[in-house]
Design a protein around this ligand. Sequence first.
Ligand SMILES: [Zn+2]
Ligand SMILES: [Zn+2]
Length: 352
Amino acid sequence: MFTIAKTEATRGIWSSTRNMPDAPGRGMVTVDVIAAGICGTDYHIYNWDAWSSGRIKTPMVIGHEFVGIISAIGEDVTGYHVGERVSAECHIACGECHFCRTGNAHICENTSIIGVDRPGAFAEQVEIPASNLWKVPDAIPDTHAAVFDPVGNAMHMVSTAKVTAKHVLIVGGGPIGLFAAAIAKAHGARSVTVQEPNQARAAIAHSLDLDLVVNPLLPDSTSKILDLTDGHGPEVVLEVSGNGRALNEALAIAAPGATVALLGIPGGPVELDLGAKVVMKGISLLGVTGRRMYETWYQVEAFMLKNPDLIDKVITHVLPATEFERGFELMDEGACGKIVLDFQQIEHRLSA
Ligand SMILES: [Zn+2]
Ligand SMILES: [Zn+2]
C-alpha cells in the first residue's frame, strides 16, 4: 500500500510502499483511510527537530488525524461493523496506570501515539484499537472528520482555560490557534484577539470575524490589545506558537490573575521572568496536551455540527495524498491554514 513515511533520519518525508496490515488482532480494527490532516506534529517530524529525532524510530509511517471506513474487525470487538465511518483518538492510553484510572488518560504514562510511536494514518490502511474509535455522524463531511484531533486540541485548551466573559488573546494563528479562536468566540469570550505575523494566516483569522487580529512585529500591537481589554490586558492567553519570545511578551501583557494556557511546543528550553511576570502577577500557567478522553470528542462533535462554516474557513487546502510534498512546502511557507490529504484516489487501493 501507499504510505507517507519517515524512512531516513534526516529532514524530509517520503512515499513508501508497505504491505497491507495483517488481519486485525484482538480488540483491533483496520480502517481504510479516506482523508488525513497534516499536523504541526508531522511538520516537526518532517523537519527532524530535537523532539522528533529523539522520539521517532525510522522507518515510521506518520499521520495521526484521519477519517476512514472500517474494513476489518478483530476478535472481541463489539459495537462496530465493517463499512462504518470513523475517526479515532491517536493517543493509545494503557487504561491501567494511575492517570488512566483517575480519568486523565490524556496524560497516561504509557501513551503510544499512532504516526509517532506506531504506524500512522498517512497510509491506505491503519490498524487501531476499537476503544479509540469515534463514530462520525453523517452530517459531518470527510474533511472535517479528518481534523477532529486538532479541533480537539483547541477545544481542550479553550475548555480548560475557561474563556466565558473573558478577554482572550491567542498567540499564534496556525490551524489550532484559528480553531481555538472560533471556539473561544462560540464559548462566549468577551473579546477574541489573534496575534499572528504571517499575512496568509492573519487573513484567515480576519475571516473568522474576531474582535482583533494583530501583527506582533508592528509597534502598535500592544496598544491595540490594551485598548480592547480596558487597559488591563487579556484575562486568558492561549499560547500555540511555541515561540519563547512570544510567550514572554504574552506574560507581560496578560492581566494580573490571568490564566495562560500553553499548547505550542518550543524547540528547546525557554527562559521566563517568573518573579515579575508570573509570581507577582498571580498568573496561572497551564500545560495542555491531547484531548480529554472522550469528553473533548463530544464537545468537538457538537461544535462541528453547529459551525461547519468555521471549520471550512480554517481548512484551506485539500490535496491528493500523492501530493503530500506540496503540503509540507505550504507549511514551510506558512501560506496555509489546515491541510487535508485525500487518500481516496490512490490507484492501487485494494478495494478498487
Ligand atoms: Zn494532530
Ligand atoms: Zn495509562
